[in-house]
Design a protein around this ligand. Structure first.
Ligand code: 13P
Length: 251
C-alpha cells in the first residue's frame, strides 16, 4: 500500500514574525500534490501563518500543547487555543521537550490522549540518545517510548497519529543515521503497531525520520521502505532547502 509522504518543518525557537511571513510567502510557491507539507512555527506566529496559508495546502501545526484543558498554568498553551487560531495538529514528545523540559512518558501519553480526544492530530516523536544506542538498548527504548506514550490509544484514535523517529544524536549534528539504521528501526516500529493494532493500521501509519535531513540526503532516506517522509529542523528554515526536500519526497 502506498502511503502519502509527509514533509514537516519544525521551526523550533526560530523566526520572528517578519521572518516567518517572508518564509511563508516563499513556501506558497511550492508545488506538489504528492506530499503533505506541514510547518510548525512558534506559538506567536501561528495565527499569522494560518491566515497567510489559508488557501494553500500547507498545514500549520503546533510544536507543543499542554495536557490540561485550561486553568492556572502560566505560560502554557491549550488545545482550545490552538484550535481557535486554526491549528489542528501538533508535535508531541520531541526530544528537546523530553530533555530540557522533563517531559516523560507519562506526561506525553496524557498529552497524546488529551489531544486526540479533542480532535487534534499528532506527530509523536521518539528517539534514543547515542549512549543508549552504544549500549545496544535502542530497540528496547523505542519500544517503551511507543508503548508508554501511544498504546493507551484505541484503534480509531491511533489513525490520527504520525510517528517521527528522531535519533537524538542525529538532531542538529549533521550526522544522519545510516540508511540501514533508519530502515531497521522504522520496520521495528511498524511491527509494534502491527502486533498491537493489526496489519491495516500498521500499513497505514506514517513513520517519519528526523535528524539532519538535508537536500543531499533526503531522496535516499525517503526511498527506504518504511520511511514515509521527514521531520525537518534546520533545513526547514530556508525556502530552497525545504523546497528541495519536499521535491525529494515527491512521486
Ligand atoms: P535537524 O533537521 O536540524 O537535525 O532537526 C531535526 C528535528 O529535531 C526536527 O524535529
Amino acid at each position: 500500500m502506498k502511503r502519502k509522504k509527509i514533509v514537516a518543518g519544525n521551526w523550533k525557537m526560530n523566526m520572528t514574525l517578519d521572518e516567518s511571513v517572508n518564509l511563508i510567502n516563499e513556501l506558497k510557491q511550492i508545488s506538489t500534490n504528492d506530499v503533505d507539507i506541514k510547518i510548525a512555527p512558534s506559538f506567536t506566529n501561528l495565527n499569522k501563518a494560518v491566515s497567510l496559508l489559508d488557501s494553500s495546502k500547507i498545514e500549520v501545526i503546533g510544536q507543543n500543547v499542554h495536557s490540561e484543558q485550561r486553568g492556572a498554568f502560566t505560560g502554557e498553551i491549550s488545545i482550545e487555543m490552538l484550535k481557535s487560531v486554526g491549528v489542528y495538529s501538533i508535535i508531541i514528545g520531541h526530544s528537546e521537550r523530553r530533555k530540557y523540559f522533563n517531559e516523560n512518558d507519562s506526561i506525553l501519553s496524557k498529552k497524546a490522549k488529551m489531544a486526540i480526544d479533542n480532535s487534534l492530530n499528532i506527530i509523536f516523536c521518539i528517539g534514543e540518545e547515542l549512549s543508549e544506542r552504544e549500549k545496544g538498548n535502542h530497540f528496547e527504548l523505542i519500544k517503551n517510548q511507543i508503548i508508554n506514550g501511544l498504546f493507551g490509544l484505541d484503534k480509531d484514535q491511533i489513525k490520527n497519529v504520525v510517528v517521527a523517529y528522531e535519533p537524538v544524536w542525529a538532531i542538529g549534528t549533521g550526522k544522519t543515521a545510516e540508511n540501514y539504521q533508519i530502515q531497521e528501526m522504522h520496520e521495528f516500529i511498524r511491527k509494534l503497531f502491527n502486533d498491537k493494532y493489526g496489519s491495516d493500521i500498521s500499513h497505514q501509519i506514517r513513520i517519519l525520520y528526523g535528524g539532519s535531513v538535508k537536500p543531499n540526503n533526503a531522496e535516499e532516506i525517503f526511498s527506504l521502505n518504511d520511511v514515509d517522509g521527514g521531520l525537518i529542523g534546520g533545513a526547514s528554515l530556508n525556502f530552497s532547502d525545504f523546497n528541495a526536500i519536499v521535491q525529494a519526497a515527491n512521486g
